[in-house]
Design a protein around this ligand. Structure first.
Ligand SMILES: [Zn+2]
Length: 181
């Protein structure tokens, strides 16, 4: 959003507009959480413990793509061994990657798009986000804490991811949402 000076007579309305903006971001994060939580057959996350949703929104506020962390299309998600410790994260792709792939499939441009995701991006996704030129990422406040069973290796990956985003000039904003993902 361009930071232009408001005329004095409009300054009074700034707080409510700010809360409107927060509500809007909260609504997109709720949408991301809903995508993760829908039935697996409809694109919801099959991950047993860490279900993540991601939504890409264009500069006009239109949804470009949405996805959960899930198996890639055509990859068999019914094999139990693919959910085993150490295997899950190799079989299940991050929500951000799946959302970007969906945008690509739809042929929509991600220029100037915002990313809403229910968990801070991992180190791999952060690199992709930077490379795509996305400038804004929104996550829920204390997102990592909401995923109580997040493994240490993922926490470390997220720390590196946040550093990558900061260095690449991608702004990460934590939005205070009422509900968890
Ligand atoms: Zn990732």
């Amino acid at each position: 959003m361009p930071k232009t000076a408001s005329p004095p007579h409009k300054a009074r309305t700034a707080p409510s507009r700010q809360s409107d903006v927060l509500a809007l971001h909260g609504a997109w994060l709720a949408r991301a959480a809903a995508v993760a939580g829908q039935p697996v057959s409809r694109g919801g996350s099959p991950h047993p413990t860490v279900q993540v949703g991601a939504v890409l929104v264009d500069r006009h506020g239109h949804e470009l793509a949405a996805a959960s962390n899930r198996f890639a299309s055509g990859v068999d998600r019914r094999r139990p061994e693919r959910y085993a410790k150490g295997a899950k994260s190799l079989w299940i792709n991050c929500a951000e990657q799946m959302a970007v792939a969906e945008a690509e499939r739809r042929g929509v441009s991600l220029k100037g798009a915002r990313l809403y995701v229910t968990l801070e991006p991992c180190a791999v996704c952060a690199g992709i986000i930077a490379e795509l030129g996305l400038r804004d990422v929104f996550v829920p406040v204390n997102a990592m804490r909401r995923y109580a069973r997040l493994k240490t290796k993922w926490k470390h990956s997220i720390e590196i991811g946040l550093t990558k985003l900061a260095e690449a000039g991608v702004k990460v904003t934590a939005i205070d949402t009422k509900e968890g993902p």
